[in-house]
Design a protein around this ligand. Structure first.
Ligand code: IPD
Ligand code: CA
Ligand code: CA
Length: 254
Protein backbone atom coordinates (compact mmCIF):
# COMPACT_ATOMS: atom_id res chain seq x y z
CA UNK A 1 0.00 0.00 0.00
CA UNK A 2 2.75 2.51 0.97
CA UNK A 3 4.70 2.09 -2.26
CA UNK A 4 1.52 2.43 -4.34
CA UNK A 5 0.55 5.63 -2.53
CA UNK A 6 4.10 6.97 -2.98
CA UNK A 7 3.96 6.27 -6.73
CA UNK A 8 0.56 7.99 -7.06
CA UNK A 9 1.65 11.09 -5.14
CA UNK A 10 4.94 11.45 -7.02
CA UNK A 11 3.30 10.92 -10.42
CA UNK A 12 0.49 13.39 -9.69
CA UNK A 13 2.83 16.04 -8.29
CA UNK A 14 5.66 16.13 -10.77
CA UNK A 15 3.71 18.26 -13.28
CA UNK A 16 3.61 21.15 -10.75
CA UNK A 17 7.15 22.24 -11.48
CA UNK A 18 6.31 22.79 -15.17
CA UNK A 19 3.37 25.14 -14.48
CA UNK A 20 3.59 28.62 -16.02
CA UNK A 21 2.38 30.70 -13.08
CA UNK A 22 1.59 33.64 -15.37
CA UNK A 23 -1.34 31.64 -16.68
CA UNK A 24 -2.76 30.80 -13.27
CA UNK A 25 -6.24 31.95 -12.33
CA UNK A 26 -6.27 32.57 -8.60
CA UNK A 27 -9.35 32.69 -6.38
CA UNK A 28 -9.46 34.06 -2.83
CA UNK A 29 -11.28 31.79 -0.37
CA UNK A 30 -11.64 33.38 3.09
CA UNK A 31 -9.38 36.37 2.31
CA UNK A 32 -6.32 37.70 0.47
CA UNK A 33 -3.97 35.13 2.07
CA UNK A 34 -6.20 32.09 1.56
CA UNK A 35 -5.88 31.16 -2.11
CA UNK A 36 -7.02 28.45 -4.49
CA UNK A 37 -5.99 27.76 -8.10
CA UNK A 38 -7.32 25.34 -10.69
CA UNK A 39 -4.30 23.14 -9.87
CA UNK A 40 -5.36 22.74 -6.22
CA UNK A 41 -8.72 21.41 -7.38
CA UNK A 42 -7.38 19.31 -10.28
CA UNK A 43 -4.63 17.65 -8.20
CA UNK A 44 -7.09 16.81 -5.43
CA UNK A 45 -9.50 15.27 -7.97
CA UNK A 46 -6.71 13.19 -9.53
CA UNK A 47 -5.52 11.96 -6.13
CA UNK A 48 -9.05 11.00 -5.08
CA UNK A 49 -9.63 9.14 -8.35
CA UNK A 50 -6.36 7.16 -8.16
CA UNK A 51 -6.45 6.50 -4.39
CA UNK A 52 -10.07 5.37 -4.42
CA UNK A 53 -9.12 2.70 -6.98
CA UNK A 54 -6.41 1.56 -4.56
CA UNK A 55 -8.70 1.41 -1.50
CA UNK A 56 -12.38 1.64 -2.56
CA UNK A 57 -13.73 1.54 1.01
CA UNK A 58 -11.75 4.63 2.08
CA UNK A 59 -13.37 7.99 2.76
CA UNK A 60 -11.70 11.25 1.75
CA UNK A 61 -11.06 14.48 3.55
CA UNK A 62 -9.39 17.09 1.33
CA UNK A 63 -8.83 20.82 1.56
CA UNK A 64 -10.80 21.59 -1.61
CA UNK A 65 -13.76 19.27 -0.90
CA UNK A 66 -16.86 19.59 1.22
CA UNK A 67 -15.83 17.24 3.95
CA UNK A 68 -17.62 14.53 5.88
CA UNK A 69 -16.86 14.33 9.60
CA UNK A 70 -13.96 11.98 10.28
CA UNK A 71 -15.13 8.56 11.46
CA UNK A 72 -13.63 5.14 12.12
CA UNK A 73 -12.38 3.03 9.22
CA UNK A 74 -10.02 4.05 6.42
CA UNK A 75 -9.76 7.71 5.46
CA UNK A 76 -7.35 9.57 3.17
CA UNK A 77 -6.59 13.12 4.34
CA UNK A 78 -5.29 15.19 1.44
CA UNK A 79 -3.73 18.59 0.88
CA UNK A 80 -3.30 18.75 -2.91
CA UNK A 81 -0.95 21.76 -2.69
CA UNK A 82 0.39 22.75 0.70
CA UNK A 83 1.96 26.15 0.13
CA UNK A 84 -0.56 27.49 -2.38
CA UNK A 85 0.57 31.10 -1.81
CA UNK A 86 4.16 30.01 -2.52
CA UNK A 87 2.91 28.28 -5.69
CA UNK A 88 1.09 31.43 -6.85
CA UNK A 89 4.25 33.52 -6.34
CA UNK A 90 6.49 30.91 -8.04
CA UNK A 91 8.42 30.62 -4.74
CA UNK A 92 8.94 26.93 -5.57
CA UNK A 93 8.45 25.55 -2.07
CA UNK A 94 5.16 23.62 -2.02
CA UNK A 95 4.18 19.98 -1.79
CA UNK A 96 1.43 17.38 -1.99
CA UNK A 97 0.49 15.80 1.35
CA UNK A 98 -1.42 12.53 1.70
CA UNK A 99 -2.11 10.66 4.93
CA UNK A 100 -3.99 7.41 5.33
CA UNK A 101 -5.84 7.18 8.65
CA UNK A 102 -7.20 4.00 10.22
CA UNK A 103 -9.77 4.64 12.94
CA UNK A 104 -8.79 8.34 13.05
CA UNK A 105 -5.03 7.70 13.50
CA UNK A 106 -2.44 8.22 10.70
CA UNK A 107 -0.81 4.94 9.63
CA UNK A 108 0.82 6.16 6.39
CA UNK A 109 2.12 9.63 5.52
CA UNK A 110 3.52 10.75 2.15
CA UNK A 111 4.70 14.29 1.34
CA UNK A 112 6.19 15.15 -2.07
CA UNK A 113 8.13 18.31 -2.96
CA UNK A 114 8.26 18.32 -6.77
CA UNK A 115 10.76 21.18 -6.95
CA UNK A 116 13.45 19.37 -4.94
CA UNK A 117 12.15 15.96 -6.07
CA UNK A 118 12.05 14.91 -2.41
CA UNK A 119 9.57 12.25 -1.35
CA UNK A 120 9.16 12.00 2.44
CA UNK A 121 7.21 9.01 3.77
CA UNK A 122 6.48 6.94 6.85
CA UNK A 123 4.41 3.95 7.85
CA UNK A 124 3.39 3.45 11.47
CA UNK A 125 6.06 1.38 13.24
CA UNK A 126 8.41 1.25 10.23
CA UNK A 127 10.36 4.50 10.43
CA UNK A 128 10.50 7.59 8.24
CA UNK A 129 12.45 8.15 5.04
CA UNK A 130 13.27 10.72 2.37
CA UNK A 131 14.03 9.28 -1.08
CA UNK A 132 14.94 5.95 0.56
CA UNK A 133 17.20 7.45 3.24
CA UNK A 134 16.13 6.83 6.88
CA UNK A 135 15.42 9.90 9.02
CA UNK A 136 16.52 10.08 12.68
CA UNK A 137 15.86 13.15 14.79
CA UNK A 138 18.71 14.14 17.15
CA UNK A 139 18.17 15.76 20.57
CA UNK A 140 19.30 19.37 20.09
CA UNK A 141 18.69 22.05 22.73
CA UNK A 142 16.44 24.91 21.64
CA UNK A 143 19.38 27.33 21.93
CA UNK A 144 21.18 25.43 19.13
CA UNK A 145 18.10 24.86 16.94
CA UNK A 146 16.38 26.58 14.03
CA UNK A 147 12.68 26.98 14.84
CA UNK A 148 10.29 27.11 11.88
CA UNK A 149 6.78 28.43 12.35
CA UNK A 150 3.57 29.20 10.52
CA UNK A 151 1.82 32.55 10.87
CA UNK A 152 -1.73 31.08 10.95
CA UNK A 153 -2.40 33.54 8.10
CA UNK A 154 -6.15 32.94 7.88
CA UNK A 155 -6.88 33.74 11.58
CA UNK A 156 -5.98 37.32 12.50
CA UNK A 157 -5.98 36.93 16.27
CA UNK A 158 -3.68 33.90 16.14
CA UNK A 159 -1.38 35.65 13.63
CA UNK A 160 -0.99 38.57 16.06
CA UNK A 161 -0.30 36.21 18.95
CA UNK A 162 2.33 34.43 16.83
CA UNK A 163 4.09 37.74 16.14
CA UNK A 164 4.17 38.48 19.90
CA UNK A 165 5.68 35.07 20.66
CA UNK A 166 8.34 35.21 17.97
CA UNK A 167 10.60 37.65 19.83
CA UNK A 168 10.92 35.22 22.71
CA UNK A 169 11.36 32.22 20.41
CA UNK A 170 14.11 34.07 18.51
CA UNK A 171 15.90 35.00 21.76
CA UNK A 172 15.90 31.40 23.01
CA UNK A 173 16.75 29.61 19.72
CA UNK A 174 19.55 29.84 17.18
CA UNK A 175 17.24 31.50 14.61
CA UNK A 176 13.74 31.30 13.13
CA UNK A 177 12.40 30.31 9.66
CA UNK A 178 9.00 30.79 7.88
CA UNK A 179 8.66 28.58 4.78
CA UNK A 180 4.97 28.81 3.78
CA UNK A 181 4.33 25.05 3.79
CA UNK A 182 3.46 23.42 7.11
CA UNK A 183 3.72 19.90 5.65
CA UNK A 184 7.29 20.57 4.47
CA UNK A 185 8.10 22.28 7.78
CA UNK A 186 7.22 19.01 9.52
CA UNK A 187 9.32 16.98 7.07
CA UNK A 188 12.27 19.32 7.57
CA UNK A 189 11.97 18.74 11.32
CA UNK A 190 12.01 14.98 10.65
CA UNK A 191 15.11 15.43 8.48
CA UNK A 192 16.88 17.42 11.24
CA UNK A 193 17.04 20.56 9.06
CA UNK A 194 15.20 22.43 11.81
CA UNK A 195 14.96 21.49 15.49
CA UNK A 196 11.29 22.36 15.99
CA UNK A 197 8.18 23.76 14.32
CA UNK A 198 5.02 25.37 15.64
CA UNK A 199 1.82 26.93 14.33
CA UNK A 200 -1.10 28.04 16.51
CA UNK A 201 -3.79 26.51 14.26
CA UNK A 202 -3.65 24.18 11.27
CA UNK A 203 -6.11 21.86 9.54
CA UNK A 204 -5.66 18.07 9.62
CA UNK A 205 -4.64 17.99 5.91
CA UNK A 206 -1.70 20.31 6.75
CA UNK A 207 -0.21 18.01 9.41
CA UNK A 208 -1.63 14.46 9.26
CA UNK A 209 1.13 13.08 7.01
CA UNK A 210 3.94 15.25 8.38
CA UNK A 211 3.16 14.47 12.02
CA UNK A 212 3.54 10.73 11.36
CA UNK A 213 6.81 11.36 9.49
CA UNK A 214 8.11 13.32 12.53
CA UNK A 215 7.13 10.69 15.11
CA UNK A 216 8.48 7.84 12.97
CA UNK A 217 11.77 9.76 12.74
CA UNK A 218 11.90 9.70 16.55
CA UNK A 219 10.46 13.13 17.27
CA UNK A 220 7.30 14.38 18.95
CA UNK A 221 4.24 15.95 17.31
CA UNK A 222 1.55 17.37 19.61
CA UNK A 223 -0.59 20.44 20.14
CA UNK A 224 1.46 23.38 21.51
CA UNK A 225 0.44 22.53 25.10
CA UNK A 226 1.75 18.98 24.65
CA UNK A 227 -1.68 17.34 24.35
CA UNK A 228 -2.22 14.77 21.55
CA UNK A 229 -2.99 15.98 18.03
CA UNK A 230 -6.56 15.45 16.83
CA UNK A 231 -7.57 14.85 13.24
CA UNK A 232 -11.27 15.80 13.21
CA UNK A 233 -10.86 19.60 13.54
CA UNK A 234 -8.27 22.39 13.45
CA UNK A 235 -5.57 22.12 16.08
CA UNK A 236 -2.30 23.82 17.07
CA UNK A 237 0.87 21.90 16.20
CA UNK A 238 4.26 21.64 17.90
CA UNK A 239 6.81 19.21 16.50
CA UNK A 240 10.48 18.46 16.79
CA UNK A 241 13.00 16.78 19.00
CA UNK A 242 11.58 16.24 22.48
CA UNK A 243 14.17 18.42 24.23
CA UNK A 244 13.56 21.51 22.08
CA UNK A 245 9.79 20.97 22.08
CA UNK A 246 9.56 20.93 25.86
CA UNK A 247 11.24 24.33 26.11
CA UNK A 248 9.33 25.74 23.15
CA UNK A 249 6.02 24.60 24.63
CA UNK A 250 6.76 26.47 27.85
CA UNK A 251 7.43 29.67 25.85
CA UNK A 252 4.29 29.28 23.73
CA UNK A 253 2.05 28.54 26.74
CA UNK A 254 3.45 31.18 29.13
C1 IPD B 1 -0.95 26.74 4.52
C2 IPD B 1 0.52 26.50 4.65
C3 IPD B 1 1.13 27.57 5.53
C4 IPD B 1 0.47 27.67 6.87
C5 IPD B 1 -1.04 27.84 6.72
C6 IPD B 1 -1.61 26.71 5.88
P1 IPD B 1 -2.15 26.04 2.20
O1 IPD B 1 -1.55 25.74 3.72
O2 IPD B 1 0.79 25.25 5.21
O3 IPD B 1 2.51 27.34 5.76
O4 IPD B 1 0.98 28.75 7.58
O5 IPD B 1 -1.62 27.85 8.01
O6 IPD B 1 -2.98 26.88 5.75
O7 IPD B 1 -3.30 26.98 2.39
O8 IPD B 1 -1.04 26.60 1.42
O9 IPD B 1 -2.57 24.67 1.80
CA1 CA C 1 -2.19 23.37 3.66
CA1 CA D 1 -3.67 23.53 0.23
Amino acid sequence: MLSEIMAIVRETGKSLREVDIHELSVREKTGKRDLCTAYDVAIEEKLVEKLSRLLPEAQFIGEERSNLPLSNGWCFVIDPIDGTANFVHDYRHSCLSVALLKDMVPVIGVVYDPYMDELFYAQQGNGAFVNGRPLHIQPIALSDAFVSFGTTPYEEEKSRRTMQLLGKVFDRSQDIRRSGSAALDLCYVAAGRTGAFFELALSPWDYAAGALIVTEAGGVATAVDGSPLVYNRRCSVLAGNALACEELSSILCE
